[in-house]
Design a protein around this ligand. Structure first.
Ligand SMILES: [Zn+2]
Length: 149
């Protein structure tokens, strides 16, 4: 992002927060050359974000894919479509707040797990089992104990 005062590319994000009902990110930026601060608003859907998958392949971030994964985890659980939408919104604020234009799929998974935990314990364990690829029953049980204790 170029500095609007001196056109330097040497700027960094000092604060990110959701704006406009979570559809945009408001960023405070600081120019390291002229030390001036400025604010940008970026619509979430216009921010380019590349997801790095486990096999190191990269693909464009796709909200519907994330939603589908969460939906699967919530199958037959008392979680409403509205709650899922709100969860995806919250996760998007986190992943789009970063300065980097690339994010590991595992990192997105961690954000989801962090929030789905409060929504429904079964959905959490299902999601975690897919994301963390539990290799055996013990890992699975340990994770389960964490949420029900
Ligand atoms: Zn500047």
């Amino acid at each position: 992002m170029k500095c609007p005062f001196c056109s330097s590319d040497n700027t960094r994000v000092i604060d990110s927060r959701p704006a406009d009902d979570n559809t945009a990110i408001r960023r405070r930026r600081l120019c390291d050359d002229c030390k001036k601060r400025f604010t940008t608003y970026e619509k979430v859907e216009t921010i380019p974000l590349i997801v790095i998958k486990k096999d190191n392949n990269r693909e464009q971030y796709d909200r519907t894919k994330l939603e589908a994964g969460i939906l699967r985890a919530c199958h037959k659980r008392p979680v409403s479509a509205e709650q899922i939408k709100s969860l995806v919104d919250q996760v998007e604020v986190e992943i789009f707040s970063g300065e980097s234009q690339e994010i590991k799929s595992a990192e997105i998974g961690e954000y989801v797990m962090d929030k789905i935990k409060d929504l429904d314990p079964v959905a959490y364990v299902r999601f975690a089992s897919v994301y963390r690829e539990f290799k055996d029953l013990n890992t699975f049980m340990n994770e389960l104990k964490k949420v029900i204790s």
